[in-house]
Design a protein around this ligand. Structure first.
Ligand SMILES: [Zn+2]
Length: 161
């Protein structure tokens, strides 16, 4: 029997890994790093920290190999509830940026609509710019030389349509 098969059999009916275990292992890992510095200057504190690390790792493995799956699931749910509460300020910040993004999208859409509504030249119309104020003026094509009155500033100018 292979090692993986043996492990699979060993784990059958056992709880396995979860979010809480991942968290406990991260905490243990951070404490191991911290302890590298602490134990040199403060041997007693280092010893206490080492004990805590061992305790955390033992707890993690006990949970992983536990057969009381319901109880472990509830612990994990409790942990997730607490984690969500702790991270809720970040979550609301995230939704604010979501709102900001939505506002940006709405503004971009309004600008596109405005651009689409702007007068364009086509088969039946020509666009001229007022020489005084640069306002775009749309006039019907094929009327020959016409006098255009700018709708913005009232300037009159002649163009061939
Ligand atoms: Zn004008």
């Amino acid at each position: 029997m292979g090692l993986m098969e043996r492990f699979r059999r060993f784990m059958s009916g056992r709880y396995g890994n979860d979010n809480l275990n991942n968290f406990l292992m991260i905490v243990a890992f951070v404490l191991i790093l911290v302890n590298m510095f602490v134990r040199q200057k403060h041997p007693t504190a280092g010893l206490i920290l080492s004990g805590l690390i061992v305790l955390l790792l033992v707890l993690t493995y006990l949970r992983m190999f536990s057969r009381k799956i319901d109880r472990r699931t509830r612990e994990n749910q409790k942990y997730l509830e607490i984690r969500n509460k702790v991270f809720s300020p970040w979550n609301s910040k995230g939704s604010r940026t979501q709102a900001q993004k939505a506002a940006d999208r709405a503004a971009a859409k309004a600008e596109r609509a405005q651009r689409a509504a702007r007068p364009r030249s086509d088969a039946e119309h020509r666009i001229f710019r007022c020489p005084a104020c640069d306002q775009r003026v749309r006039v019907p094509r094929g009327r020959g030389k016409i006098l255009i009155t700018c709708p913005r500033c009232g300037k009159e100018f002649e163009k061939r349509s």
